[in-house]
Design a protein around this ligand. Structure first.
Ligand code: TYD
Ligand code: MG
Length: 451
């Protein structure tokens, strides 16, 4: 019989490779491929017959299970309107970003709403978690605390306690003695998540798994288990900023792409109910290169400031530095400006940034990016009361984007009086913002910069 060959798995994204390589083809991560024990020899001969599984129709008299609201609006919205019973949720994020803080606060909030909750920490001692809870003013919340990494014991405890909600902080510290590889390996992570999710579904327990996003291959990352859970949330933020964004990237019970905004303070995370005002609060006098973009995050309109700096470059290959936006998109917009409007950026360094540590991924930001680049290049400030949005096509035409009306309403709410946007969008009647509708990028350049 042929020897089962070893298998190589990327610990970032879980892709399986035949051979070891320095870089994963699937996700581009370096040094993330690790060898896993073979899955055992394949079946010999025809598969023995199994039993028939029970089938049923789609009809049901059961009402949808009631969701529980934590009262933390930012969290409830990202979950799609509260916590669904027996759901499995993964919360990923960089180490130190505030996952444990967020989940301790969330657990306490759910406990105060009447759920029985269990918080299991594999990273901190119970006394440490207790101290943090005291500091956050959660000392009196009816949360049960455990400090354990042995999953067999945790599963037994869950089976007897049957809480409504359990937090596993973090899934990478958990280990099963039946899996012959080190804690934190891909095999352990998969097995641990599988056991927890299965038990949760069978016993009607909601489970929240915390996963660290890792930079090296020794510890498997949360992407490896994304497919096993109902809901994947990432907690993001810039080190230097106090803003933290909880972003849904997958949700079986609500819209994906929804975000919740928090601020890290001395007393834990506080909610930011009006992020536009916060993201724009740091804006000073109108300056060249600064443009306010009216965006949509999930179901919510959000205004952010896009900043550009364009300066003569001493380098033969000028810099293109982007923070908070897609660098490929910047390349496209620069190319369209050059090819369709005759405005070159050769010999110029370009720096582009979204203020406040926010990340923007909508194509609707194209026009705001172009406006910021032009404003920086020409050293002309846009009027302070103007917001910009719209998608730029490769031909230089401007395309209307979704939810124009919501974007305009948010702009009006924050005191903006003019919007520059593509012609033909559904803007609705009487928003109270003056519309400067444009057909293409050349028209926009002429209108704003008189070129
Ligand atoms: P933590 O929740 O431990 O991060 P994670 O679980 O994602 O690794 O948060 C750690 C950071 O949060 C730490 O750098 C200190 C900061 N922090 C505050 O600023 N205020 C607070 O009230 C708390 C509890 C933490
Ligand atoms: Mg932690």
């Amino acid at each position: 019989m042929a020897k089962a060959s070893p298998q190589f798995t990327c610990s970032e994204c879980g892709a399986v490779h035949k051979k070891w390589a320095g870089r994963c083809d699937a996700c581009g991560a370096w040094n993330s491929i690790v060898e896993e024990a073979p899955m055992g020899a394949g079946p010999k001969g025809p598969l023995a017959k199994g039993r028939s599984i029970a089938l049923s129709t789609l009809q049901t008299d059961e009402a949808p299970p009631p969701r529980t609201l934590s009262g933390m609006d930012e969290l409830d919205r990202v979950l799609g309107g509260g916590l669904v019973p027996a759901s499995a949720i993964l919360v990923g994020g960089d180490p130190g970003i505030g996952k444990s803080t967020l989940l301790l606060q969330a657990t306490a909030a759910f406990a105060r709403k009447g759920l029985t909750t269990l918080y299991i920490s594999g990273e901190e001692a119970a006394a440490q978690v207790r101290m943090r809870a005291q500091r956050l003013g959660l000392g009196d919340a009816p949360v049960q605390l455990g400090a354990e990494t042995n999953l067999r014991d945790i599963l037994t405890t869950l089976d007897t306690e049957r809480p409504d909600l359990v937090i596993i902080d973090s899934i990478q510290t958990m280990w099963l003695d039946s899996v012959a590889s080190a804690p934190g390996s891909v095999a352990q992570l998969r097995a641990a998540a599988h056991e927890l999710v299965t038990l949760a579904k069978r016993r009607g327990i909601s489970v929240i798994l915390v996963g660290h996003v890792t930079k090296e291959g020794q510890i498997a990352g949360p992407r490896v288990i994304e497919h096993m859970v109902d809901c994947v949330l990432y907690f993001e933020g810039e080190r230097g900023h106090q803003f933290r964004i909880l972003r849904a990237v997958k949700n079986r019970f609500g819209p994906a792409d929804e975000i919740g905004v928090f601020e890290m303070t001395g007393g834990g995370l506080s909610e930011v109910p009006n992020p536009s005002a916060l993201f724009l609060s740091e804006r000073g006098q109108p300056s060249a290169g600064s443009v306010v973009f009216a965006g949509i995050e999930g179901t919510r309109p959000m205004l952010t400031e896009i900043q550009a700096l364009v300066a003569p470059s001493p380098l033969s290959n000028p810099r293109r530095t982007v923070v908070g936006l897609d660098s490929g998109r910047l390349g496209t917009i620069l190319a369209v400006l050059e090819a369709r409007c005759g405005i070159p950026f050769t010999g110029l360094d370009v720096f582009l940034n979204v203020a406040g540590g926010m990340r923007v991924s909508e194509p609707a930001a194209d026009l705001a990016v172009a406006a910021a680049l032009l404003s920086a290049r020409e050293d002309v400030a846009l009027p302070a009361d103007t917001v910009v949005f719209g998608e730029i096509s490769l031909s230089g035409a401007l395309r209307p984007v979704s939810q124009s009306e919501n974007r305009l309403k948010e702009a009006a709410k924050l005191g903006f009086t003019t919007a520059m946007l593509p012609r033909g969008g559904k803007t609705g009647p009487g928003i109270g913002v003056r519309l400067r509708e444009l057909g293409d990028l050349t028209g926009f350049v002429g209108d704003v910069f008189g070129a």
